[in-house]
Design a protein around this ligand. Structure first.
Ligand SMILES: Nc1ncnc2c1ncn2[C@@H]1O[C@H](COP(=O)(O)OP(=O)(O)OP(=O)(O)O)[C@@H](O)[C@H]1O
Length: 251
């Protein structure tokens, strides 16, 4: 008997006002796997992640988390995910510690978890500083810590490395790999193919709502080893096609 997928999309599409943002797609993410969603601006990455996070309803098909349908078991699905949106404003009057403690109380996470995550995301030293004084990268790390609070089975991260410096971009890859080794599944979007290269087991290349590649990262990395790995693969399978979205960042 096959294991229940942590995230499953079956024949899912998204159409808004007659415009197809996402062509019908299937996706199955197993426990402990990391999936990178790569694509240029407007490719449909956030659209897909919002569907996975139950924040938007599919125009066709079904989205389920651990075999539960978002429509029928919203609360249990919501309790099973950690979500990091691509744009989010924290309450600026609170410190990093207060902010994370606030979300911890909403998610039922222990105070010790707040300290642990401040440490893991490099924010312990600045925990008593107001979030208003945080840089973009520090806010991103706080947002990432927020998603990890309840140690959910599924992490849905929209552009998690946006604004991170090279050290933290590398650290992000290590952090998600650690989450996966502890059994959590991760789906994240990125423009940075080097981040996908470092951490993803599986990749989806999206282009104007179309899936151009979906599958294991390893054979693609091997096939395009002489052309820069996943960057070379993306250049060949997406960027070289007429009418494709703009290039993603080079490694
Ligand atoms: N609510 C909406 N109504 C109409 N069009 C929308 C809506 N949300 C997104 N779109 C369009 O859907 C397409 C995909 O948007 P989406 O935000 O999913 O792309 P993305 O891959 O996350 O892009 P980026 O890398 O720039 O963040 C874009 O053309 C966008 O303009």
């Amino acid at each position: 008997m096959s294991e229940t997928a942590v995230l499953q999309l079956e024949q899912v599409s998204k159409v808004i006002k007659g415009q197809t943002l996402l062509q019908p797609l299937h996706l199955k993410l197993e426990a402990g796997r990391i999936l990178a969603l790569c694509g240029g601006n407007g490719a449909g990455k956030s659209t897909l992640l919002r569907l996975a996070a139950g924040l938007s309803s599919p125009s066709s098909g079904t989205v389920s988390v651990l075999g539960m349908n978002w429509k029928r078991q919203f609360k249990r699905c919501a309790d099973s995910i950690g979500y990091m949106p691509d744009d989010f404003q924290f309450g600026e009057a609170l410190t990093a510690y207060e902010t994370l403690s606030f979300y911890a109380s909403l998610r039922g996470a222990a105070p010790a978890r707040v300290h642990e995550l401040l440490e893991r995301t490099g924010l312990r030293e600045v925990k008593d500083r107001k979030v208003a004084a945080f840089s973009k990268g520090m806010r991103q790390r706080l947002l990432f810590a927020q998603a990890l609070l309840a140690a959910p089975p599924l992490l849905i991260l929209d552009e998690p490395t946006n604004g991170l410096d090279p050290y933290w971009m590398n650290a992000f890859a290590e952090l998600v790999s650690q989450c996966a080794s502890e059994g959590q599944s991760v789906i994240f979007s990125t423009h940075q193919l080097n981040v996908a290269e470092q951490s993803a087991d599986e990749v989806i290349f999206l282009d104007a709502g179309h899936v151009r590649y979906q599958g294991a990262a390893a054979p693609l990395k091997e096939q395009y080893a002489q052309q820069g790995g996943l960057y070379g693969a993306f250049a060949d399978l997406v960027m070289s096609k007429a009418g494709s979205s703009r290039p993603a960042a080079a490694p």
